[in-house]
Design a protein around this ligand. Structure first.
Ligand code: NAD
Ligand code: UFG
Length: 344
């Protein structure tokens, strides 16, 4: 029988690509929810075009216990893939309460309703930000954890809550234990190759790729490169960029993995490409692929940034049977197609 999965944050950047992958490549039946605080319902209409399916959507805030309860009463849900949350590091420093309320309290509320309905399979969107400033590279899942801002702390707190659930199951010999996968994403970029869905940041983008894309398109005058005195080959920050469709595929593999588990547990996987690129390498690649000029200026370091960050993805390769397939060229081509075609 096809399992029914609930995808939260389904209209967002990673959620929408994942809804597409689950529908097109797995036999799971998909229910979606979002409060549309950082997305538009039109995105899901585009996913319907890409999948040739009508998608069940509920406008629900994950902090609304009654609405979630009604949803779990009405549908036989087997697992939850949880993307809903706020994600802007800078904003989290200005509005910490909003971040703890939305991310931590919202997730706790969702987990609570799941427990009430005995739904115990959960895939959680965590972030490489929980590694803080790593002492060595590549980053493995068992590296020490720390957070430098409320966004990162909200992710760490959720991870700890999830680990505690599994400890409690063992203590109480729970018959239907939690089966949890925590996915720590590195830097998702790119867009669906159709150009129909992609990242749609409101206002001036915080992240490198959408910023560079808008400079290349002439919407912004130049890129500020945040520091050229890092301990990297050209002095600019190095990150592990991963195509959003590869990331989405990692969720389909994670659900297969959860479904294959006989016992409960909480497993953590890095999802990255396993390779680092500097800011200037990204700028050069973007110039070459788009044939556009990308003016930039070196400015001071951005507070909280680290010099280098890239993943050891051996665990996800081995246990999830997952590999990132798309290279930087494809990531940039797809990001550019979306930039030129997309934006509602
Ligand atoms: P996004 O903002 O595009 O998508 C998140 C979605 O969740 C949005 O559609 C938003 O409307 C919805 N949402 C927010 N609060 C909600 C609530 N209380 N109830 C219901 N819906 C709510 O972000 P994204 O880039 O797709 O990120 C998805 C997840 O992955 C987030 O949890 C984010 O923290 C995590 N993550 C993202 C990145 C990244 O660089 N994009 C990196 C690491 C981790
Ligand atoms: N950068 C610039 N100029 C810009 C934007 C970024 O030089 O205008 C640089 C940054 O200093 C950094 C690199 O480009 O060296 C990447 O920066 P991003 O803001 O794109 O990404 P981060 O690695 O800082 O953070 C992202 C998400 C976090 C997430 C983290 C790990 O924003 O939420 O990846 O997954 F936690």
């Amino acid at each position: 029988m096809a399992s029914k999965i609930l995808i939260t944050g389904a209209c967002g950047y990673i959620g929408s690509h994942s809804v597409c992958e689950f529908i097109n490549t797995s036999n799971a039946e998909v229910l979606t929810l979002d409060n549309l605080s950082n997305s538009k319902l039109e995105t899901l209409k585009c996913v319907e075009k890409l999948t040739d399916k009508n998608i069940d959507f509920f406008k629900i805030d994950i902090r609304d216990e009654k609405a979630l309860d009604d949803l779990f009463l009405s549908y036989d849900i087997d697992a939850v893939v949880h993307f809903a949350g706020l994600k802007a590091v800078g904003e989290s420093c200005e509005k910490p309460l909003e971040y703890y309320d939305n991310n931590f309290c919202g997730t706790k509320n969702l987990i609570n309703v799941m427990a009430k309905h005995n739904v115990k399979k959960f895939i959680f969107s965590s972030s490489a930000t929980v590694y803080g400033a790593p002492k060595s590279l590549p980053i493995k899942e068992d590296f020490p954890l720390s957070a430098t801002n409320p966004y990162g702390r909200s992710k760490l707190m959720i991870e700890e809550l999830l680990r505690d659930l599994v400890v409690a199951d063992k203590l109480t010999h729970e018959k239907n234990p939690w089966k949890i996968v925590i996915l720590r994403y590195f830097n998702p970029i790119g867009a669906h190759s159709s150009g129909l869905i992609g990242e749609d940041p409101t206002g001036i983008p915080n992240n490198l790729l959408p910023y560079v894309a808008q400079v290349a398109a002439g919407k912004l005058p130049y890129l500020s490169v945040f520091g050229d005195d890092y301990n990297t080959s050209d002095g600019t920050g190095v990150r592990d960029y991963i195509h959003v469709v590869d990331l989405a595929k990692g969720h389909v593999k994670s659900l297969d993995y959860l479904n294959s588990l006989e016992r409960g547990g909480c497993e953590i996987f890095n999802l990255g490409a396993g390779k680092g690129y500097s800011v200037l390498e990204i700028v050069e690649a973007f110039k070459r692929i788009t044939n556009r000029d990308i003016p930039y200026e070196i400015s001071k370091r951005r507070q909280g940034d680290i010099d280098k960050c890239y993943a050891d993805v051996a665990l996800a390769n081995r246990k999830l049977n997952w590999h990132a397939e798309f290279d930087l060229e494809k990531m940039i081509e797809d990001a550019w197609r979306w930039q030129m075609k997309g934006s509602f």
